[in-house]
Structure formats: structure tokens, C-alpha cells
Design a protein around this ligand. Sequence first.
Ligand SMILES: Cc1cc2nc3c(=O)[nH]c(=O)nc-3n(C[C@H](O)[C@H](O)[C@H](O)COP(=O)(O)OP(=O)(O)OC[C@H]3O[C@@H](n4cnc5c(N)ncnc54)[C@H](O)[C@@H]3O)c2cc1C
Ligand code: FES
Ligand code: FES
Length: 462
Amino acid sequence: MRNFIDVSINGVRQKIQGIDAFRTLSDFLRYEQGATGTKVVCAEGDCGACTVLTKSGTEENFKSINSCIAFMWQLDGQEVVTVEGLKKNDELHPAQLAMIQCQGTQCGYCTPGFICSMAQLAQDSKNENVVIDSKRAKNYLTGNLCRCTGYDSIIEASTKMDLTSLPDLNSAIVFDSASVELEFDRQKIYLPQTLSEARTYLREVPKIVSGATDLGVLHNKGRWSPQVMMSLKNIPELAHITRSATHITIGATATLEQCSRELESDFPEFSRLLRIFASPQIKNSATLVGNMMNASPIADSIPFLKSADARIHLLSPTGERVVDINEFFLEGYKKMDLKPQEIVTHISLPLNGLSFKLYKVSKRKDLDISAVTLAIGFEKKGDQLLRFQLSLGGVAASVLRLKTLESQMLNRALAEKDFIHLFNEIDPLITPQSDVRGSSDYRRLLVRNLLLKFFHEVEGAL
Ligand SMILES: Cc1cc2nc3c(=O)[nH]c(=O)nc-3n(C[C@H](O)[C@H](O)[C@H](O)COP(=O)(O)OP(=O)(O)OC[C@H]3O[C@@H](n4cnc5c(N)ncnc54)[C@H](O)[C@@H]3O)c2cc1C
Ligand code: FES
Ligand code: FES
């Protein structure tokens, strides 16, 4: 058992204890390390000024994350590279050189964050042997904002990086693999190595922290003060997505980026939806289980999980149970069938031949919160639907699965009037709110139009 965090920052191995282990990574870098290249602007994962690169001792590639919402203890067993660490042997990194050559910076406040995202773009493009065009550059830079230079020169710099001279950022450190128990003041964090160890800690009812992309924002806004916490990130079996003949099983610490990549062949529509979910930095940290357990009525994954009849695998000090997601979420805002000492270990998705159409409507395409979401799982034969499983988000206190209305769409020739009729039946059941993302009437109209969109897309495919 260790009582310190084992982490490498720009190749220097450090043992972190006390208050420092509970700080955010950006605060630690800036105030303890003097690594002030990393900037903080929004402190809520939205602007990318605080972007750094991380990778665990067992991973091959670095990935970008937002250091403003990452806690130091989350970096246990990880290598961190900041903008200061990209330069090797006095040679600037190709991302830095290209930024200078293309005049991609003015005030410079956003630049270190852009450079770190560009360094991941360069690494992945070299590994995958892919030429960087402006579309690929934009996808990697979705999570970085610049207020003064304008994006043209930054995108040009991204496409002009010399991929033949990328420095090796690995430090080849072998980290200590023991479990961690850390305490400071009233705060405690447990980082167990096995599920049976995790189970013993559940009696203390720790708050489970996964990617902290929800909890880190709440912390920075002063709306959550951590006390007893547990992270499952050091339990190897929970980090994977596995496939059997009948199911896909997603571990509690599998990230959204992993889901987007590894679910592509079985659930291409979900993988596509994840491409417009948040930014690369968020998806490199955030987990699917964390998105589900945040239980927001506008969480982008829940409508899909409900329409797919996902099953939730729960662990408590007294045993395990598996619950159908449609029984797990109860009526009301963030209400779940979750006991105080229970945690989620896995989500499983049946492989039963359903196809999916998933819709997210938001004010901006990228990095925006949904106004309304719609997920339909379906099977069709000829011009008829044999199965039809409908979930709606953003129109009530929780995501709705409308099982009672589903059967009326089955085994009849698809017709537009049936979808209009379906909307007329849904309309009195939903209670959308008016807020900055849209009025109640607008949300109702979206539901109607998305149902018609589904009809035209499916009819078009016939
Ligand atoms: C800039 C930004 C953009 C975002 N964009 C989107 C978006 O486009 N769509 C969207 O839906 N969301 C979005 N989010 C919200 C957030 O990123 C997601 O909800 C994310 O999936 C949360 O996962 P996490 O691992 O970071 O969860 P955490 O923050 O670690 O935890 C979230 C909740 O889940 C609980 N929890 C986590 N793991 C477990 C477990 N194993 N057992 C029991 N409880 C658990 C935690 O206790 C906590 O209550 C965004 C957030 C930010 C900051
Ligand atoms: S400071 Fe804006 S994302 Fe971290
Ligand atoms: S260079 Fe000033 S914010 Fe980007």
C-alpha cells in the first residue's frame, strides 16, 4: 500500500502527498512547479488553454486532457508532458515551429494549449500514416479556443507540421503498481488495484470519481467539495471493452474516446454521435459510465443506452446485481435504483441485430449541450418495422423510453401519418422546459421534426 502518487512530469518522476495530491493538475503545475506555460481561462473544460498530454505507463500514445479539471491523484501511474516538455535537446517541437512559421499566435494565451493538442494530432497522424488536412486538424482542435489570432493560421500550422522529426516524449519509467490510500485534512482517496479491494472500501460510501469531467467542473465552481473518494482507474479489468457472441461489455473506466473507436463496427451510429460529443480532451478523460451516472436528462449517451436495452452491472459490499437500464432510471430528476454503497462496474449492450438512428440537436454542432436528443433502435423487413425502441432526452426530468407507444408502429407499412400520430401521442406526455437552449415549444417541434426525419431516412433507405 502506498500513501503517495507516483507521477512523471516532463520526464521527472515525483512522489506527491498531502494537499498537493488533491489539487488540480493545472494548479500544481503553475503554483508548485512554476510550469506557467499551462494557462487557465475557463476552469471548466471548455477552452483548452490548460491542455497537457498524458499517458499511463502501459499505454503507447499520449492523449490531450484538460488539466484544470483533472485532480493530481488521477495522474497516479501517468506521464504528464506540458508545453515546456515538448522541446527536446533545445529543438522546438514541430508543432511549435509550424505555429511560428504560420504566425498562429498573437497574445499567446491560448497557444500552449493549441500546441499540446497539435502534438497529439502529429503523434496520431504519424502512427496512423495519415496526412493532416484541415478537416482532421479541426477535429483535433475542437476543444481549443482562440480569441485573437483567428483560426486560419492555426489550422494552416497544424497541416504544415513536419511529422518526420517528432521527438520521443516517453520517459520509460516503470511506475509503482501498489494500491493507494491518501488522506489530507478531511479528504481521502482510495485507488484500489482489484475489485475485491474496492468492495471493502464501499462500506465508507466513497464518492466514485471517474474522468472527473463533471465532478471537476463542480469542484472548480465550489459546488462539490470532495471528502471520501474512490477511483477505479487502477483496476485493469475495468478499463476494457470486450465482445462475446451475444454482448459488448464496457468497463467502468473505459473512456468515451475508447467507446467511439472500439464500438464503431457494432454500433456505428453511437460512434458517430460520440464524434460530436464534447472535445477530444474531454473524451480522453470522460467515461461512458460517468455520463450515465451523472443521470442528466440531456446526457447524450443515455437515450442510446435505453433504446439498446443496456444492462447495468452493480457491485456492493454484499454482492452483485444486474439491472435493465429501463428499470434502473426512475421517474424524476437524477433518480436511480442505486443503493448508497453500490457502484457500477460495467455496462453491457446486447448484440441482437437492432439498427440505430441517434439525433442530437444543439445550438452549435461541436462542444455544445443538447437541447433535445432522440434515439431509435429498430429492425425493419421490407417496408415494415419489426422492432421499434424509442427514447427521448431534453423533454422531461429524465430521459424517457416510450415503451407503451412503441408497439403501434410495428408490422404495418411505414407511413408519414403514423409518425405524426405518434408525435401527437407523445406531445401530452412530455414536459420540456424553456431555457437558454430553446423554448418548450421549440423542443416539442424538434421532437416532431426528428420523428419525421427518422421516417424519411428509414423510408429513403428502403
Ligand atoms: C466541456 C465539457 C463538454 C461536455 N460535453 C458533453 C456532451 O457533449 N454530452 C454529454 O452528454 N456530456 C457532456 N459533458 C459532461 C461530461 O463530460 C460527461 O457527463 C462525462 O461522460 C462524465 O464522465 P466522467 O467519467 O468524467 O464522470 P465523473 O465526473 O467522474 O462522474 C460523474 C458522475 O458519475 C458518478 N460515477 C462515475 N463513475 C461511477 C461508477 N463506476 N459507479 C457509480 N457512480 C459513478 C460520479 O460519482 C459522478 O456523480 C461535457 C462536460 C464538459 C466539461
Ligand atoms: S482552462 Fe479552459 S479548459 Fe481548462
Ligand atoms: S492568440 Fe490570443 S487567444 Fe489565441
